[in-house]
Design a protein around this ligand. Structure first.
Ligand code: BJW
Length: 238
């Protein structure tokens, strides 16, 4: 197959054809919202009811959407790949998780939700994370601390993304980096391609259209994720 150590970064574009809106499209998730109000810790401190309602709506949508051919192609790859794959998603939906649950991966596969998960909540005092499939009230009490409240387990602007050490180690070792359905507008994820290049990896962008950072990739394949991802996976495993 030529490559052994893969890092795959996904963004909202991979879930778009499942019916989950992206962020920065004109009709995207932030339409009608100020980012400072719904995606920062300061916004949550100012108006927890508004922020909980924003994420409650998105959490309620999850049972109505399903993994698409792009999620399934990556799960298929992970079930067959005879090397290491770290799948790093910026998405807070559970569509990768469901695709991999249906086709169990080989050892050497890992999945990181670097911006958190909609189906989890975190204690505002201890940081402890628990499963949370339902709505969160504005002042949801935390089971982990008497003074704590529960907040969405989401990495907001100004907060540290999750498991960065593990991601950076994998980037340092990777020989193929694939970026799928992300605009590359948000750091540190937007900088992963440069870390992969420094490690000597081949870098590939799969997106509906070339992004602003397209020149940083050795190659790009453009079209809907449900078409370009299965085709690219097939080219890897041929
Ligand atoms: C398709 C498709 C189809 C559509 N098929 N493709 C100045 C300079 C540099 C950095 C900063 C700066 N000022 C502040 C910062 C840091 C800041 C940042 O990056 N800000 C930018 C605005 C500049 N970053 C942070 O604060 C992060 N923390 C941090 O940096 O900590 C310090 C640190 C230091 C050192 C090391 C490590 C850390 C935290 C960022 C948290 C981001 N959180 C969000 C919101 C979560 C809440 C929520 O879910 O509501 O995460 S922002 C939002 O953007 C969300 C996404 O995960 C993220 C990325 O978006 P994504 O996935 O790329 O979506 P879109 O909509 O932008 O793009 C969709 C793409 O899909 C497009 O390209 C389409 O073409 C494509 N597409 N349909 C294929 N069918």
């Amino acid at each position: 197959m030529g490559h052994r150590n893969l890092v795959i970064l996904t963004g909202a574009g991979i879930s778009a054809e499942s019916g989950v809106p992206t962020f920065r499209a004109d009709d995207g998730l932030w339409m009608g919202h100020r980012i400072a109000d719904v995606a920062t810790p300061e916004g949550f401190a100012r108006d927890p009811a508004r922020v909980q309602a924003f994420y409650n709506d998105r959490r309620r949508q999850l049972p109505t959407v399903h993994p698409n051919a792009a999620h399934q192609a990556l799960a298929d790859l992970a079930a067959r790949w005879d090397g290491a794959i770290l799948l790093v998603t910026q998405n807070v939906d559970d569509l990768h998780d469901r695709a991999h649950a249906a086709i169990p991966p080989r050892p050497g596969f890992g999945l990181i939700h670097m911006h958190g998960e909609l189906l989890k909540a975190a204690c505002t005092v201890t940081g402890r994370v628990c499963d949370w499939p339902g709505d969160l009230a504005a002042d949801e009490p935390s089971p982990h601390h008497p003074q704590g409240r529960l907040r969405p387990h989401i990495v907001w602007f100004g907060e540290m993304p999750l498991q960065m050490d593990r991601i950076e180690t994998a980037l340092d070792r990777c020989d193929l980096f694939v970026s799928i359905g992300t605009s590359g507008a948000v750091f540190p994820a937007a900088g992963f391609v440069q870390l992969a290049r420094q490690a000597g990896a081949r870098t590939v962008e799969l997106n509906l259209e070339p992004t602003q950072g397209a020149r940083l990739f050795d190659e790009g394949h453009y079209g809907p994720a449900t078409e370009v991802v299965p085709a690219f996976v097939q080219s890897l495993t041929r």
